[in-house]
Design a binder for this molecule. Structure first.
Ligand code: UD1
Ligand code: CA
Length: 469
């Protein structure tokens, strides 16, 4: 990406005390993705990853590990002494690096995840156009409690006098409706010139970045504010309840996006759909469905209620009946899955194949038109086209130490309740009799029986009853 003259700082070092969670706040998820990853994705629309500085501190190692693949830079704020302190630490790190300072700095909060790229574009342009030392992104939410408030110079003025934190509001300021989103643009030199003047003389005993606004104004520099379009995108996530509010907003947005693209979703408010999920037109999604991670679903599918589909690829015209769990599975066109099937990672279901009631699959390829309709476990197996796997068939893939492969050819028939002890292969066109325990390979077109011969004793029961009488 072309440099826009902006570097980005993301404040992500805080503990998130109000969450009462072991996990650092910025790794909590909304819309199926960590808060910080949402923010990084937004930041990447403004600057390349090498000019995005993530300020980390609390659980720094796990935060770094979770987002490292994005290629952003990290700055360690070992002790978290407030958002102003986070900037002091960034300043020290940038000065130490000896690299030229970026002219402008966009500052994002790691816990404001719904921020939209278009809004950041408007904010950065406004900052430049206003020739401001500091530009604050704001909003007017239904309930401003808990947020820092914007004190403007006048009702219609873009200029700001100060940001006042909730706990420092004077009684006459309590009703100030406009909040600080925690997202700002700064002229880097102006910001850095004021950081030494911050104090911890406030309700939290922290260095507030928000105090920089008043300091700049006092020095005759221009501080302005611009309202974001809509409130949701600037809401912060300090508590689990706030986070779930953002999660619901994000899911609702995913459902709206899919419906706008021709997908029918009954009772969308009951469905959980992650932001990256793609679904083709004319697919119908029934209530209480979850579509998670990098799931891709084609057109003309029907996803019935209570199915949970994660990181899976489903082609066109597939039916997923009620109550299925798919994780890392690939389902080809026209296949029918369920009800109550569990397709685990690397399950590849062929065109028009059926995997039915209470079947579990793992690392398996099932060929075109093959069927395994009832109560079956198929793991580490390769099954050809047009093969029928009877009720209750089990691939015994595990010897207690290693996993072994079962191969079944095309057009074979595996009778009900067979166990196939791997490594094993059953050829094409072969039959395996019901109730067999198969331990030796079965050639093409053969019949294999692996069970005790039946003994029938005529009249035995009648005689026994007579004896007991
Ligand atoms: C902050 C603002 C408030 C604004 C609100 C918007 C301050 C003083 N207040 O309050 O005006 O309305 O955001 O959501 O800035 N962080 C660090 N290092 C620290 C402390 C915090 O990196 O030492 C990070 C946190 O991880 C978080 C972000 O900065 O991602 C904001 O910190 P938080 O404590 O949540 O600030 P708020 O109380 O929400
Ligand atoms: Ca916050």
């Amino acid at each position: 990406m072309e440099s826009s003259g902006f570097a980005v700082a993301i404040m992500a070092a805080g503990k998130g005390t109000r969450l009462k969670s072991k996990r650092p706040k910025v790794l909590h998820e909304v819309g199926g993705r960590a808060l910080l990853l949402h923010v990084i994705a937004a930041a990447e629309t403004v600057a390349p990853a090498r000019e995005i500085f993530c300020i980390i501190g609390h659980e720094a190692d796990s935060v770094r590990a979770a987002v490292e693949r994005t290629g952003v830079q990290f700055v360690l704020q070992a002790e978290q002494r407030g958002t102003g302190h986070a900037m002091q630490v960034l300043k020290a790190a940038l000065e130490l690096s000896g690299a030229p300072l970026p002219k402008h700095l966009l500052v994002l909060s790691g816990d404001v995840p719904l921020i939209r790229p278009e809004t950041l574009a408007v904010l950065t342009q406004f900052h430049i156009a206003q020739n401001a030392a500091m530009t604050i992104l704001t909003a007017v939410p239904p309930d401003p409690t808990g947020y820092g408030r914007i004190i403007r110079s006048g009702p219609d003025s873009p200029e700001v006098e100060a940001i006042v934190e909730q706990k420092s509001l004077r009684p006459d300021q309590l009703r100030t409706p406009e909040i600080n989103s925690g997202i700002y643009c700064f002229e880097t030199a102006a910001l850095f010139s004021k950081l030494d003047q911050l104090s911890t003389d406030n309700a939290h005993g922290e260095y507030y970045l928000t105090d920089v606004a008043g300091l700049l104004v006092a020095a005759g520099q221009r501080v302005v504010a611009i309202k974001a379009d809509g409130v949701e995108q600037v809401l912060g996530a300090n508590t689990i309840a706030e986070m779930m509010h953002l999660d619901a907003a994000m899911r609702a947005e995913s459902a709206r996006r899919l419906m706008a693209a021709g997908v029918t979703i009954f009772r969308p408010e009951t469905c959980v759909i992650d932001a990256e999920v793609e679904v083709g037109p004319d697919t119908v999604i029934e209530p209480f469905t979850q579509l998670l991670g990098a799931t891709r679903i084609g057109s003309d599918c029907r996803i019935r209620s209570y199915s949970v589909i994660q990181n899976s690829t489903i082609a066109d015209g597939v039916t997923i009946r009620n109550g299925c769990i798919l994780d890392g599975a690939e389902v080809s066109s026209g296949a029918i899955i369920g009800p109550y099937s569990h397709l685990r990672p690397e399950s590849r279901i062929g065109e028009g194949a059926h995997v039915g009631n209470f079947c579990e699959t793992k690392k398996v390829t099932i060929g075109r038109g093959s069927k395994a309709n009832h109560l079956t476990y198929l793991g580490d197996a390769v099954i050809g086209d047009g093969t029928n796997v009877g009720a209750g068939v089990i691939t015994c893939n595990y010897d207690g130490v290693h996993k072994h492969v079962t191969r079944i050819g095309d057009g074979s028939f595996i009778g009900s309740d067979c166990t196939l002890v791997a490594p094993i292969s059953v050829g094409s066109g072969a039959y395996v009799a019901a109730g067999s325990c198969i331990t030796q390979n079965v050639p093409d077109d053969a019949l294999a029986l692996g069970r005790a011969h039946q003994v029938t004793k005529e009249g035995w029961a009648a005689k026994k009853r007579k004896r007991l009488d």
